[in-house]
Each structure stands twice: as C-alpha cells, then as structure tokens.
Design a protein around this ligand. Structure first.
Ligand code: MN3
Length: 202
C-alpha cells in the first residue's frame, strides 16, 4: 500500500492573507506530492513497504538519504497541513495550555521561543513543538526534512506542531521576510488539532 498525498481539509485560499493560495497550491500539489512519490519509489520492494511512516522514521538509517529526505518530507507536510486552519478557528486552552505555561511561563514566552527556533534555523528546515511521555513539552528545530521522530536527530519527543521554514513555504508572499511569515503562522494554528495530538502522545 503506497503512501498518498493527504487532503488539505480546507481550500488553498483559506489561509489568506497569512499564507497565500498560490504558495499553498504549489506547496501541497507539487512539493508534498513530490516527496510522496519519491518516498514510494525509495521503499518499493524493500521491507519498509507497507509499514507506517512513524515506524519508517523511528527506525531510519540516517545514511539512506532518499528515505530520510522524502519520508521526512512526507510526514512533516502531512503534520503541517493538519495543524493549520482558517483564522479564528480554535484557541489554545486546557491541558496543552497548562503544559506550555509550565514549560515557558506564558503563552507569549512560548511564541517567542518557537519564533526564535524558526527564525534562527539556518537555511531550510522546521521548527517544532514536541510532547514527551509524562506530558512535558519542548521546542526545537531541525534542518532540511529531518524531524524529532528520527533517532539520529538532536531534538526528540513527538512533534505536535511544526512550521516549515523552507523558502518555498513563504517566498512568493514574503520574499526574504521569514520573521513576518512566522508571525503570520500564529494566526492560522489549529489548536484543536495540536491539543488532540498532545493528548494522544503525552
Ligand atoms: Mn515544504
């Protein structure tokens, strides 16, 4: 059973003005489709075919560039689409908010930490909010399509919120202004989905 490109769950223009429709269309339809196709090609005929993406990443040979880059790309974008929705839908509350305040002090301090992780990731990569067994949360970033599920990566935990800071994620609308894109992301976070992932993985 090959991996398939997940549906967005909202229209390409649903995140405007924060993330523009053309960027979403190319990002989902071209970039994510490409990672999906290349992942399927990389695992075809191997023991990895038919296993879950989480299993593939947790047992990854970091020297296997095709699976590392495309498996990461497949998982990371699937998470990314799911943790966004149109502005004004859902807010941070409940046990996830408590965990964030326990770790960072305030929600604003969390946003600062997450924004810094996203802004200072040199070149292409991702910023993450992760949950650990017991319920603690942490923030980290990874280069390229790496993610915290990979055993060979310096940050760990289960990612429950991710922000793509590759230039392809923002360049059409924001050009070199990555900090503006990061600020805009906070307007479209689907906190209900992040809270669900927190509860499932704490
Ligand atoms: Mn991307």
């Amino acid at each position: 059973m090959a991996f398939t490109l997940p549906e967005l769950g909202y229209a390409y223009d649903a995140l405007e003005p924060h993330i523009d429709a053309r960027t979403m269309e190319i990002h989902h339809g071209k970039h994510h489709q490409g990672y999906t196709n290349n992942l399927n090609n990389a695992i075809a005929g191997t023991d990895l075919e038919g296993t879950s993406i989480e299993n593939i990443l947790a047992n990854l040979d970091m020297n296997n560039g095709a699976v590392r880059n495309n498996g990461g790309g497949f998982f990371n974008h699937s998470l990314f689409w799911s943790v966004m929705n149109p502005e004004g839908k859902g807010e941070l509350s409940g046990e996830l908010k408590n965990a964030i305040e326990a770790e960072f002090g305030t929600v604003d301090a969390f946003k600062d930490t997450f924004s810094k992780a996203a802004a200072t990731q040199f070149g292409s990569g991702w910023a993450w909010l992760c949950v650990h067994k017991g319920g603690n949360v942490s923030v980290c970033s990874t280069p390229n399509q790496d993610n915290p599920l990979m055993a060979g990566v310096s940050c760990n935990g289960t990612p429950i919120l991710g922000l793509d800071v590759w230039e392809h994620a923002y360049y059409l609308n924001y050009q070199n202004r990555r900090p503006d894109y990061i600020n805009a992301f906070f307007n479209v976070i689907n906190w209900n989905e992040v809270a669900k992932r927190y509860a499932e993985n704490k």
